[in-house]
Design a protein around this ligand. Structure first.
Ligand code: VG1
Ligand code: CO
Length: 543
């Protein structure tokens, strides 16, 4: 075995997006492509000689191949130890926990989250820092800069390391430990939630269904929900991770998790349903014939946090991404807590959690989490809900309706237009920007526009500034229209339009969100000239 320095030439497209570098598998399969990115990471993160790196992924196609390359490069670059999940598996929140628990220098997580998997689909890689969270913008910026100058990388010439047994192996001067991907994470969940109460709930007639969507959460959910909490076998559906995610699109929303939705909306539906995404960090919560909006879920977890032992000491504060509805703000206000508004992407929550300013965080994109790790966490959210239901002994729907009675309802929806020509997508946002001077004071959908801007965030901890984080049209009554472009896609552009309006009157809480927001939707389409500029007349996905 010897370390080999390989000459390479740079690629100009290795800029990490909202959550790491995501590209088609075919792009990653180009000679040197993955190696260049990994070396750019190693060249950007400081002195890690002798330190520990965590490696694992969501099990998608190319995961195993990429891990072997990363192991050999980590050894050649001087890491002392790598912890890798058995079979190359680590959910994103479990990887975050392992980095923290074993005081690793950082981790490489291989995932394109909910994007489809397979030879013609997507792959992704993300670097997480020592706090367990996604690298902040300064680090991803340095990685991108390195990737544009790289001329060589280091890799050990060695045989592949067997990953299917819990074992350790020596790779050059580096030790590789293949670890149980579930055990540490399961113990963490048990430390946060009342497993006895949840077990009693699940074994006394309360029925649930969990859809792992053929992705990484399967082994975690089967161990925790079925083995530890006693739910009947078969509670976890599609629980064996597949390299192509069963040909599906493991995005837990009403469109892509239709298998679960059909179960929860059928006669004799279970009391509770949940799904997670490709890498296990997202969650969808359903009651019997009832959908919980992710923004509401964050607010409801915050308002009911004292049901869960891990949060009974109180919350430090709450943070939500800017496009997420303001439902959590109302809870924060009532509880006397600070509520922070960050740009989209979990990396912006890390500083707030590290500084002890927030306990709970959430995004409208089916992401909720807390300071137990530094990623959003799908199964955590499911267990939190079950803990609340076990204590309160009411249905999901009643928990939500009671919440609305107390705090009002933030009607909310996101309309995605996928596969748009990049120029046309930019033009749509520019069209709205061009109207910033004249919109304030105008009435749209019966509401007066108060203010328009491009959202800029100044991190309250380190003072770093992030510009152009979404085009906002804010109304006097708190309603909002927000437009931004996705930073996780791999082909064309995706325009996301976020719509929100607040309704205090309990008698008006029974509307369908699309009906309640119809005026706002029409206004957004009008001011953006979206249909004209893109040639599309309806969204690809509505959540
Ligand atoms: C999307 C979501 C964002 C989330 C990100 C990563 O980003 O909107 O809220 O943090 O995905 O989640 P974008 O830039 O496409 O809007 V995951 O589960 O894909 O790692
Ligand atoms: Co994800």
């Amino acid at each position: 075995m010897s370390a080999n320095t390989v000459a390479t030439s740079f690629f100009d497209d290795q800029e990490p997006g909202t959550s790491g570098l995501r590209k088609k598998v075919r792009i990653f399969q180009q000679p040197h492509y993955l190696e260049n990115f990994v070396q750019s990471v190693f060249d950007s993160i400081g002195d890690f000689s002798g330190q520990t790196l965590v490696v694992g992924g969501d099990g998608r196609y190319y995961n195993r191949h990429a891990i072997q390359i990363i192991l050999k490069m980590a050894a050649a670059n001087g890491f002392g130890r790598v912890l890798v999940g058995q079979g190359g598996i680590l959910s994103t929140p479990a990887a975050s926990h392992i980095i923290r628990k074993y005081k690793a220098f950082g981790g490489l997580i291989l995932s394109a989250s909910h994007n489809p998997a397979g030879p013609d689909e997507d792959f992704g890689i993300k670097y997480n820092i020592g706090n367990g969270g996604p690298a902040p913008e300064q680090v991803t910026g340095a990685i991108f800069a390195c990737s544009k100058e790289i001329s060589e990388y280091k890799i050990l010439k060695a045989d592949d390391v067997p990953l299917d047994k819990i074992t350790s192996a020596q790779l050059g001067g580096m030790q590789v430990e293949v670890i149980n991907p579930v055990a540490d994470y399961a113990a963490l969940m048990q430390s946060l939630f009342d497993f006895d109460a949840i077990r009693e709930l699940l074994t006394s007639g309360f029925t649930i269904a969990f859809d792992a969507m053929h992705a990484v959460t399967g082994p975690y959910a089967m161990h925790i929900i079925e083995e530890m909490l006693g739910a009947p076998d078969g509670t976890v559906k599609n629980g064996v991770p597949k390299e192509d995610f069963g040909g599906g699109h493991p995005d837990p929303n009403l469109t892509y998790a239709h298998e679960l939705v059909d179960i929860l909306y059928a006669d004799n539906a279970p009391d509770f349903g949940a799904a997670s995404d490709g890498d296990g960090d997202r969650n969808m919560i359903l009651g019997r014939r009832f959908f919980v909006t992710p923004s509401d879920s964050l607010a409801i977890l915050a308002a009911n946090a004292n049901c869960a032992p891990g949060y009974q000491g109180g919350l430090a504060g709450i943070a939500r991404s800017m496009p997420t509805s303001a439902a959590a703000d109302r809870v924060a206000e009532a509880m006397g807590l600070e509520c922070y508004e960050t740009p989209t992407g979990w990396k912006f929550f890390g500083n707030l959690m590290d500084a002890g300013k927030v306990t709970l965080c959430g995004e409208e994109s089916f992401g909720t989490g807390s300071n137990h790790v530094r990623e959003k966490d799908g199964l955590w959210a499911v267990l939190f809900w079950l803990n609340i239901l076990a204590v309160r002994k009411v249905s999901v729907e009643n928990v939500v309706r009671e919440h609305w009675r107390k705090f009002g309802r933030n009607y909310y929806s996101r309309h995605d237009y996928e596969g748009i020509d990049t120029g046309a997508a930019e033009a749509v946002l520019q069209q709205v920007r061009d109207q910033f001077p004249k919109l304030p004071g105008q009435t749209l959908a019966g509401r007066v526009v108060k203010h328009c801007d491009d959202f800029t965030y100044t991190d309250p901890v380190d003072g770093s500034v992030s510009c152009n984080q979404g085009v906002r049209v804010l109304f006097e009554d708190g309603s909002r229209i927000i437009l931004r472009l996705s930073g996780t896609g791999t082909s064309g552009a995706t325009i996301r339009i976020y719509l929100e309006s607040y309704e205090a009157d309990t008698l008006q809480h029974d509307m369908d969100a699309q009906d309640a927001l119809a005026g706002m939707i029409a206004a957004a389409n009008k001011i953006s000239r979206l249909h004209e500029l893109t040639g599309r007349d309806c969204p690809t996905v509505i959540t």
